[in-house]
Design a binder for this molecule. Structure first.
Ligand code: UD1
Ligand code: CA
Length: 506
């Protein structure tokens, strides 16, 4: 059998997005639409993957290169200098293939982000199953066909042509069988037909869809296969991934932000459902957003309003949320993370975080550690069983094991020019409102009194205190704030004390 190629169209302007960002670089579930499409293509392990770029290619090409590196795949980049239409883009794609390539070409578009490799494979199978077919079109029947090319059929029911929205004739608007923009082509036909396209249409573009009418005029066979037929075939073959979206969403095109939101929702629903099937309790799927690269152990409980992004990996039997966003955060078994915003952090097994914690990059919390309420951490390693319970900033610090940082403390890491490091040992107890003025070292088993500003190292076992004697100036309030509520309250309290201490018989 000859080789197969996948050609991905990603050169269009994406005008309807009204964005400074190239359309194919907008994200669905944390991945660019381009990456989704390239991954689907590469999963098939075809002989060639060609990405056609053009509009904003200075931004798109580096992304293609990066995805290729990340996936370890050779991707051919074909440049479409001017965006003359999908037919022209397909011809550019062919130019990225070896001369005389005569295998099958699976063609898809980077604005059909949820099309997966299972569907592509079944589309190719359907194409191979019908002999001498020039084109197999992947079709679907959306509730609202507006915007999609309509499939027209002749009297005997064979596909005649694809008519674009703007070129529809009276009576054709109601046709709800539409073109997904994904096809399997015989390469030779695609090559000759794209050379014969014209711009005689409402948009003045070279339409790829006209390849269908050209095939018919050459008495070649055109085949149309519906998405649901392919999904059934994939399921029968046991090759339907758990997190795949169903039916129409698989082939939904993204041309504007409303469609972007709809496919993002569908994609998320599929991911969330696959985690639930794998043993994760998700209290409110509608407000739980989980990206594709995230892993979650069984018996973990996710409360409402949780976003898990990037490479976040949650262990077994954790409790996450409510109201928590974790990006690239590793969470150990049975940890509890409540109302927390965290990025690039590692949280040990059995640790507790929040409510209201802000974990910045480089936070590492040990087993059974605690980062509590209104605590911000950055580039901080906090050892096993150590606790930072309340109202504290820990920046650029290493804290040993079994230590406790008193409420309202600050690791003063910045002198206005550079950042400095603080080291706190194990079994340390620091008083509330301790300032650790870095660089400074607090030895194992050391203590500090409340309100201490630690500027010098504290040796192991020492108590650091800097409190001077407290001085009370008697009756200051009555003298300097006469007639104030405070003065009246103080006066009353003094009289009450005097009465209570007076002998009972007087
Ligand atoms: C296209 C199809 C339509 C189909 C729909 C499915 C044509 C003429 N129409 O319409 O039948 O129902 O997709 O989603 O093909 N592109 C280029 N270079 C260009 C123009 C476009 O690479 O010169 C790329 C775009 O980046 C995009 C894809 O081709 O990824 C489709 O282009 P778009 O303009 O979005 O076509 P639709 O109007 O959606
Ligand atoms: Ca489109």
């Amino acid at each position: 059998m000859s080789e197969t190629a996948v050609v991905i169209l990603a050169a269009g302007a994406g005008t309807r997005m009204r964005s400074k960002t190239a359309k194919v670089l907008h994200r669905v579930g944390g991945r660019t639409m381009l990456e989704h499409t390239i991954r689907a293509a590469c999963d098939l392990a075809p002989g060639h993957v060609v990405v056609v770029v053009g509009h904003q290619r200075e931004e798109v090409i580096p992304v293609v290169e990066q995805i290729g590196e990340q996936l370890g795949q050779d991707l051919v980049i074909a440049v479409q200098d001017e965006q003359l239409g999908t037919g022209h883009a397909a011809a550019c794609g062919l130019s990225g293939l070896p001369d005389g390539f005569d295998g099958d070409v699976l063609l898809t578009a980077a604005d059909v982000p949820l099309l997966n490799s299972d569907v592509l494979r079944e589309l190719h199978n359907a194409h191979l199953a019908t002999n001498e077919t020039a084109v197999t079109i992947l079709t679907f029947r959306p509730e609202n066909p507006f915007g999609y090319g309509r499939i027209t059929r002749d009297a005997s029911g064979d596909v005649d042509a694809i008519v674009e929205q703007k070129d529809l004739q009276t009576g054709q608007h109601e046709i709800n069988e539409v073109n997904s923009g994904v096809y399997a082509f015989d390469a030779a036909h695609l090559r000759s037909a794209t050379a014969n396209l014209n711009t005689d249409n409402a948009q003045g573009e070279l339409y790829l869809t006209d390849v269908v009418a050209i095939a018919r005029s050459e008495a070649r066979h055109v085949h149309a296969v519906e998405i649901n037929t392919l999904i059934t075939a994939a399921k029968t073959a046991g090759a339907w991934a758990d997190a795949n979206v169903t039916g129409d969403m698989c082939v939904a095109g993204v041309n504007d932000r409303a469609q972007l939101s709809a496919v993002s929702r569908a994609y998320n629903d599929a991911i969330v459902a696959s985690h639930m099937r794998a043993g994760v309790t998700i209290e409110d799927p509608a407000t739980t957003w989980i990206e594709a690269g995230v892993t979650i152990g069984p018996d973990t409980l996710i409360y409402p309003n949780v976003q898990l992004r990037g490479t976040t990996a949650i262990g077994e039997a954790c409790e996450i949320g409510p109201d928590t966003t974790l990006t690239n955060v590793t969470v150990g078994t049975a940890a509890v993370v409540i109302r927390t915003h965290g990025t690039d952090a590692e949280l040990g097994a059995g640790s507790t975080i929040g409510p209201f914690a802000y974990l910045r990059p480089g936070t590492k919390l040990g087993v059974k550690g605690k980062i509590g309420t209104f605590v911000e951490t950055k580039n901080a390693t906090i050892g096993d069983n150590s606790k930072v319970p309340h109202l504290t900033y820990v920046g650029d610090a290493t804290i040993g094991e079994h230590s406790n940082i008193g409420a309202s403390s600050v690791f003063v890491n910045y002198d206005g020019i550079t950042k400095h490091h603080t080291t706190v040992g194990s079994h340390v107890r620091t008083g509330s409102d301790t300032m650790f003025v870095a660089p400074v070292d607090v030895g194992d088993g050391a203590f500090s009194g409340a309100g201490t500003v630690i500027r010098r190292n504290v040796p192991p076992g020492a108590l650091a205190v800097m409190a001077g004697q407290q001085r009370n100036i008697e009756n200051w309030v009555m003298r300097y704030r006469p007639d104030s509520a405070a003065a009246k309250a103080a006066q009353a309290a003094q009289e009450k004390r005097a009465a209570e201490s007076a002998p009972a018989d007087e």
